[in-house]
Design a protein around this ligand. Structure first.
Ligand code: ATP
Ligand code: MG
Length: 654
């Protein structure tokens, strides 16, 4: 919660008026083909959420039916209690009896350009053999396994193999350092680590095995390290612990009976990206998680049998879990995976891949879209991307200007955009348009999905009037919600259920406009207080980005004797622009004109890059420290590029 200010809500300034209705062409075949249908679903679900979710769960294959749909002992939820289920069966075995048997499950492209396709039958075989291999190494139900891999098909195989035998996986993003890896292995008390010799990133080999060696030296729980050969670089070998992937599966049977797991069995632990502080081990369930992930993947991305669906997230993030692996495979879809950097070898890598693989659905993050904006539309323009029919975004609020750029230059003006709001903690999408039903407003995630109950409230938990900003909360338990923080239920309670009475607090600010649309305003920790006005930094940033010279910006407050806080804006310019004092003045005037003089920046600092997490989110808490002229003291272990911070600080010393 914000430390400053006596007023309880957030003032909002940005007024985006443009709307984009779904085309009749798109609506014709959509799973949810009209707003009236969506509203009917939402009304029915609001009346009886348990019935709504039970109906969705029935789309999955259960080994034993559940007895009770929901047991809610606030703040702890259990869904589909008494039911037995296996995620790998739902993602694989279920599709083998029909025409999906030989359909591509995964189309993968490595950074050097190598391509592999695994059909459902082939993926099933790989998963079963590796699951048997894990068992032979002594891994069983209830054990924790850390996966620290490049984005290769074997990463998905490893996740599904854990799911098959009931081992709880914890994927650690391959870009994390040895220290971050060590802390996560130790917190999870992992028995085994699955890694690779290396992975390709921006034309170079990231030596994953070296990082694992250094980490496990301080991880007494780790008994075995499985190493997939990807890059062929030399590795150190500890014969007591290490085993090559190919040796682990050699001679293993392609039959592996799936464990019948409790619906509440922990499928995975995932440590949040840490935009705000010490990573938390978010624990997700099996039955409830898969129910909501499968349903949202089908409805939000309007998945059809012949789609080639590409979500660019790494499996190290929750988006990679829910919408690269589990969601699409549970729906029998074809999911595309790409190992490397988006600008390698050229800035048009993504567009080239879309053209070659005839991708139909493309889901990425605002940070990527802003990067592409900065590089210019000539890169996508070189490619035939007419196969695309739907676009999505996730991770941060998308500035309306970036939304419009995406719509025009990637979507050819014809593809709906689903702006999906959710969190590691929510497990699956919560607020999003449905592409055949919802009229979109650029920058708004629109409405909660059927079965999801959210509200914008003040500190006392009272709903604020339409048009006013406040705290985004979730009123009722949902199937894919986190169950706890691993080995720290007290932190689970205090983090999520103690700030606003009786409900789950998301940590985000939001407002609803007069039409009831939700606009996520970013983290409430980032709200600034200027002369008694509580302002969302995201709105000032969007105003800056709407100036043609600006590519990206981050706004923070710094202490100011007169106003409480003064507004500092860090600004990255378009590649073609040069920073000048005249431009600074112009940008200040531009913000004042676009959203009001109260939001006029007191200071603008040009910078080539902004400090971001490894998942690409701007770390405003570090910029606050820079703006205040203090040295940076906060946790920087999840920072993507430390040199950016050093540059920002030394620029200030000049
Ligand atoms: P940490 O919680 O460790 O600080 P994080 O919040 O960045 O890290 P995630 O769970 O990946 O980790 O991100 C969820 C957050 O991302 C949301 O709470 C919200 O602030 C932001 N977010 C995600 N999608 C959207 C969206 N479509 N619109 C606006 N904000 C979004
Ligand atoms: Mg968060």
């Amino acid at each position: 919660m914000p430390q400053n200010g006596s007023t309880q809500t957030i003032e909002t300034l940005l007024k985006e008026k443009r709307t984009f209705k779904p085309s009749s062409q798109f609506q014709k075949n959509a799973h949810v083909p009209s707003f009236a249908k969506l509203q009917a679903l939402s009304r029915a679900a609001a009346k009886s959420p348990e019935k709504f979710w039970a109906d969705r769960a029935k789309d999955l294959l259960w080994m034993k039916p559940w007895k009770k749909t929901l047991v809610w002992k606030p703040p702890f939820a259990q869904w589909f209690v008494g039911g037995k289920i296996n995620v790998s069966v739902n993602c694989l075995d279920r599709h083998l009896d029909g025409p999906r048997r030989n359909k591509a499950a995964i189309i993968w492209e490595g950074e050097p350009g190598d391509v592999r396709t695994l059909t459902y039958l082939q993926l099933h075989r790989e998963v079963c053999r590796f699951a048997n291999g894990l068992k032979a190494l002594g891994v069983g139900s209830g054990d924790r396994v850390v996966i620290y891999m490049p984005l290769v098909p074997e990463a998905a195989v490893a996740m599904l193999a854990c799911a098959r035998i009931g081992a709880t996986h914890s994927v650690v993003f391959g870009g994390f350092s040895t220290e971050a890896l060590r802390d996560r292995i130790n917190d999870a008390q992992a028995k085994a680590v699955i890694t690779a010799d290396g992975g390709w990133r921006k034309g170079a080999v990231v030596k994953l095995k070296d990082n694992v060696d250094a980490a496990v030296a301080d991880c007494p729980s780790v008994q075995r390290v499985v190493v997939f050969k990807r890059t062929g670089n030399e590795v150190q070998w500890n014969a007591a612990k290490d085993v090559w992937w190919e040796d682990a599966v050699r001679g293993q049977s392609a039959v592996c009976p799936p464990a019948a797991l409790d619906a509440e069995h922990p499928l995975f632990i995932l440590y949040t990206s840490g935009s705000t502080g010490k990573p938390k081990g978010v624990v997700h369930s099996t039955g409830g998680y898969l129910t909501q992930v499968a349903m949202t993947c089908k409805w939000v991305f309007d998945l059809r049998e012949d789609d080639t669906y590409w979500c660019t997230a790494d499996i190290g993030w929750v988006t990679g879990h829910s919408y690269v692996v589990y969601g699409p495979l549970a729906n029998g879809a074809t999911t595309m995976m790409y190992e490397g950097g988006p600008l390698t070898p050229q800035p048009d890598r993504f567009w080239d891949m879309i053209e070659r693989h005839r991708v139909t659905i493309f889901y990425t993050a605002p940070t990527a879209i802003r990067t592409f904006m900065r590089l210019g539309p000539e890169h996508p323009r070189r490619h035939d991307m007419s196969s695309l029919r739907l676009l999505g975004t996730v991770g941060e609020p998308i500035n309306p200007e970036a939304w419009l750029w995406y719509h025009k230059n990637i979507g050819g003006g014809r593809c709906p955009i689903v702006d999906t709001w959710w969190q590691t903690e929510t497990g699956a999408i919560m607020i999003s348009p449905l592409p055949g039903a919802t009229a979109c407003k650029p920058g708004s995630a629109t409405f909660p999905l059927p079965g999801i109950s959210v509200a914008v409230v003040d500190k006392a938990g009272k709903e604020v009037p339409l048009g006013e900003g406040g705290y985004l909360v979730i009123n009722k338990p949902w199937p894919s919600m986190l169950r706890t923080i691993y080995r720290d239920p007290e932190r689970y309670k205090s983090q999520y259920f103690s700030q606003v009475p009786g409900v789950y607090f998301t940590g985000d600010g939001a407002r609803r406009d007069k039409d009831g649309y939700f606009w996520v305003l970013g983290r409430v920790d980032d709200v600034i207080n200027v002369a008694g006005h509580r302002l969302s930094t995201m709105e000032i940033e969007s105003a800056l980005v709407s100036h043609p010279a600006v590519a990206e910006s981050a706004v923070v407050g710094r202490p100011d004797e007169l106003k409480g806080q003064a507004i500092t804006a860090f600004v990255t310019l378009q590649a073609t622009q040069t920073p000048t004092p005249v431009l600074k003045d112009e940008l200040c005037r531009h913000v004042a004109k676009a959203i009001g003089s109260i939001a006029r920046p007191d200071e603008i600092r040009f910078t080539d890059a902004l400090p971001k997490t490894r998942s690409g989110k701007i770390m405003r808490r570090l910029l606050r420290e820079v703006a205040a002229g203090q040295g940076v003291k906060g946790d920087t272990t999840t920072l993507e590029d430390f040199s950016i911070l050093t540059k920002l600080q030394s620029a200030e010393d000049e």
